[in-house]
Each structure stands twice: as structure tokens, then as C-alpha cells.
Design a binder for this molecule. Sequence first.
Ligand SMILES: C[S@@+](CC[C@H](N)C(=O)[O-])C[C@H]1O[C@@H](n2cnc3c(N)ncnc32)[C@H](O)[C@@H]1O
Length: 252
Amino acid sequence: MRIDVVTLFPDFIRESAALGVVGRAQERGLLAVHGWNPRGYATDNYRRVDQRPFGGGPGMLMLAEPLGACLAAARAADPAPARVIYLSPQGERLTQAKVRQLAAEPRLILLCGRYEGLDERFIDREVDEELSIGDYVLSGGELAAAVLVDAVGRLQEGALNHADSATQDSFEDGLLDCPHYTRSEATGTEGVPPVLLSGDHAAIARWRRQQSLGRTWLRRPDLLARARLDKADRALLAEFIAAWRAENPAGA
Ligand SMILES: C[S@@+](CC[C@H](N)C(=O)[O-])C[C@H]1O[C@@H](n2cnc3c(N)ncnc32)[C@H](O)[C@@H]1O
């Protein structure tokens, strides 16, 4: 997969995409992340990339011409058709389901806004989709683009050393992940649920599923309301809730 990021801070994107799992995915040839700076496409002597908006008011907008020329250069760098995404607080909220969908694309171009954002006509003409990473406002789209690159990059086949680990993560089946306990010489088995030490794989799987259901009930009832639970899940959850209520009579 190829991801081109149009940004006034391409070094940030290159450096963040060189770390950890995403860096490894790039080394393994599973992903290529490129940064493109609109400033290099500015035509005036000052390399200007911002402009005042029509109608006045505070703040500047990104100048459409250098942005357009930069986007055109990024598009032309590879013959594969690219889905163009503008990272914006006004976009659809990013979810793991959306990340999975985008991870299957051959190519993405991510546009990072600065100042008050982009000219609306430019968005209408060039952008396929707007995505937000949450209901808060960042000063630029770079952190949001880095989030998307990471989430999509780690799903490239072969990026994770254990392919299964991604499918067991939170949100993959509509639930939160179960708690995990590390092996440690310092703390030994203290505080570790006994079932995890039992070697009984069926019992461990059952416990993990129950914890996953229970955590989602406690922390994200909105997710649980949408999750598809079968009869066995409902029984596990009922057992979890009864035990939790017995331990937390004040919260029951
Ligand atoms: C200061 S913001 C502009 C906010 C814009 N005036 C608004 O209120 O919708 C500058 C840039 O940061 C990025 N950005 C800010 N918050 C974001 C979010 N929650 N998700 C994705 N990108 C965001 C966008 O690229 C945006 O163009």
C-alpha cells in the first residue's frame, strides 16, 4: 500500500512513520509513506501557502493553488488510483471498521489542513472523503494523518509479527479487548487471575470472552448495545454482571 501525505510538515510524517510496527511495515515493503510539502509548489517569492478568507474574520486559509499543484504531483507519482482524504474535525469519525476498509485500498492521499482549513471549492473538487479523529480541534492535520497511517499500516498483511493479534484487539468484534497480564520475574504471578495459570485453553478463552463482554458493559455500553451477542455470550455477560454487582453493591 502507498500513502502520500500532503502537509506543511512532511518531516513529522516521515519520522513518525519510521517508528515501530509502521516502520517495520515499510522496511518489509508492505507500506510506503511519502510526504509532500505544498510550500515547494508556491509560486511567489515568499513561498506563501496561506491566504485571507472572503468575508473577512479571524484566521487564514490554506492557499488553494500550491495545495492543488502539490496534490497533482502526489497523484502523478504513482499510476494506482488514490482515494483522497482530508483530515478534518468536520469529517466522519474514524472507527476501526473504517480503518479496515481503508487498509484494503491500494493507495491513499491524506491532506493535512493548517490555519482555518481548506477552501470549500477545493474540498468539493478534490476530496473523496473527510475523516475526523475525534470531537476536538487540533492545530493541524498531521497528528490525525499520523494516527490514520499507524492504524492502517499495522493492518497490512505481515506488518504484525502475530497476525491474530489485530483480530483480537478492541473494536474488531464490536467489543473491548480483555485485560492482559505480563510474565514478570519481579511480580511473579501475584494478582494474575488463576485461570490464566491453569493451562486450560478452553477455560482461558471463555474467561477472556467474558472479560471482553464485561469490560464493554462497564466502559462502553454504547458498543455493547450494537454488538451481536449469541446465547453463550449473553450467559457469560449475565454471569459477569452478577459477580460484579455482588462485589460492588454500591454501584449495582
Ligand atoms: C485549526 S483546524 C481548523 C478547524 C476548522 N476551522 C473547523 O473548525 O472545522 C486546522 C486543521 O487541523 C486539522 N484537524 C483539526 N482537528 C482535527 C480532527 N479532530 N480530526 C482531523 N483533523 C483535524 C484539519 O486538517 C484542519 O484543517
